[in-house]
Design a protein around this ligand. Structure first.
Ligand SMILES: [Mn+2]
Length: 430
């Protein structure tokens, strides 16, 4: 069997050569501009190179809605092909060397073989994601009315065991975290007892927590609605924080940007969780109306910047080490292009936050000068940091213009030939 196509480093370097001159010109201009603000551009580039954002395995397949899914050509048909696509994204942007798996969608036949395949691609495994929001083939009991908070102990037990299995697979392949999101909730007033549901959830989570290795983290992901439309058990950051605190040190809160009520001040939630020592990590995406799972920074780039403003501000706080992951559903785009774009936008928000003049901002805050404070943030946000992002990618062996290089490589067309469609693939939304 011929080796599968990959975008070679030489090809990237060759393509970079054609945009090197304009990149150098733009970079020098920005370097002079930032120098006027006493910012060393190379130090920022190095920080940008150090950012790490995990790719969700389910993101490389075309997503869908409850109405329809429109598959694209050359979709990955299993975890090994998903790894290929994740590796391709990383080759182009160089900030995404980790993959977050979803069990059972990605359950390997052989853990060691999967770990070896990832290593061949230079990839590692980020958080494991359990799935108790849909029934699996051969399941004894159904999650239709919940999982970890279900009224029936047998259903809760099945969900607990599944989460423990995720930990075991994760241990075998080098993961260090488990993310638990449950679809548990209710569709009708009176359907569920709010308090007892949460008590049962916590009781189940305590069993899972006791199986979490000491060097692991347990992320609790909240979500206000969907699939349950009236109430969810882990509805918001307050419940998430309460549960994380009840469970113990290894439990932390995970913030998915699409899982809040409309217009909620997410950056303030982020700040609060940092202050309380419980910010575990993020699922980056963007939304207009709900859990839209659109590309990060595509609708509200200022919000993404403000979140990173809090994160950069918290840099150096003891124990502060949030885990970053993309979580989006690419319904109308080539998933690789969307994930590349989102990875770049996350880097952009980070770099913009790095160039905020913090001493000046504090001065404005202490002087109760609202206009000056906003102007300081806007100065950073409106700076076009693209040349820094391109330099960070290039210095790490990635592409100056990742989308152009990806398109020029013909990757998708080649994969379409390499991967004749078999059955429906397991793309999903969490
Ligand atoms: Mn999520």
């Amino acid at each position: 069997m011929p080796e599968n196509f990959e975008i070679e480093s030489d090809f990237i370097a060759e393509q970079n050569a054609s945009s090197a001159a304009t990149q150098a010109e733009d970079f020098d201009h920005l370097a002079r501009k930032l120098a006027r603000r006493d910012i060393d551009i190379d130090a920022i580039v190095e920080k940008a190179r150090g950012l790490r954002v995990a790719i969700p395995s389910w993101g490389v397949g075309t997503g869908g809605t409850r109405f329809a899914r429109f598959p694209g050509p050359g979709e990955p048909r299993g975890i090994y092909e998903k790894l290929e696509d994740c590796s391709t994204i990383n080759k182009l942007v160089r900030t995404t060397p980790c993959v977050s798996l979803h069990i059972p969608w990605d359950k390997p036949d052989d853990n060691n073989e999967l770990a070896a395949a990832a290593a061949r691609h230079g990839m590692t495994f980020d958080a494991m994601n359990s799935n108790t929001f849909q029934d699996q083939n051969g399941a004894n009991v159904s999650y239709k009315f919940g999982s970890l908070s279900h009224v029936d102990r047998c259903v809760r037990q099945q969900a607990i065991e599944h989460n423990i299995e995720c930990i075991e697979i994760g241990q075998a392949i080098g993961s260090k975290a488990l993310t638990v999101w449950v679809g548990d909730g209710s569709n009708f007033a009176g359907q569920a007892n709010f308090r007892r549901s949460l008590e049962r959830y916590l009781e189940s989570m305590r069993e899972i927590y006791s199986a979490v290795p000491d060097d692991w983290r347990l992320f609790i992901e909240h979500k206000m609605y969907e699939p349950a439309f009236y109430s969810t058990v882990i509805s918001d950051w307050g419940v998430s924080y309460y549960c994380a605190r009840e469970l113990g040190k290894k439990a932390e809160c995970l913030v998915d940007l699409g899982h809040h009520a409309p217009n909620v001040n997410i950056e303030q939630i982020v700040s609060r969780l940092i202050q309380f020592g419980k910010l575990g990590g993020f699922h980056f995406n963007d939304s207009k109306y709900g859990d839209d799972d659109l590309d990060a920074g595509s609708v509200k780039p200022f919000q993404l910047f403000l979140i990173f403003n809090e994160l950069v501000d918290a840099d150096g706080i003891e124990g502060f080490d949030p885990s970053y992951m993309l979580d989006q559903s690419n319904n109308v785009t080539d998933p690789i292009e969307s994930l590349v774009t989102s990875a770049v936008e996350v880097s952009r928000a980070y770099v913009q936050a790095l160039i905020v003049d913090r001493p000046k901002l504090e001065e404005a805050q202490n002087a109760c000068d609202a206009i000056a404070a906003l102007a300081i943030l806007k100065e950073a946000f409106t700076t076009d940091v693209s040349p820094i992002l391109a330099a960070a990618r290039e210095r790490s062996g990635g592409a100056i213009d990742p989308i152009a290089v990806y398109r020029a490589s013909g990757y998708r067309k080649i994969k379409d030939k390499e991967r004749p469609a078999t059955k429906g693939i397991s793309a999903g939304i969490v």
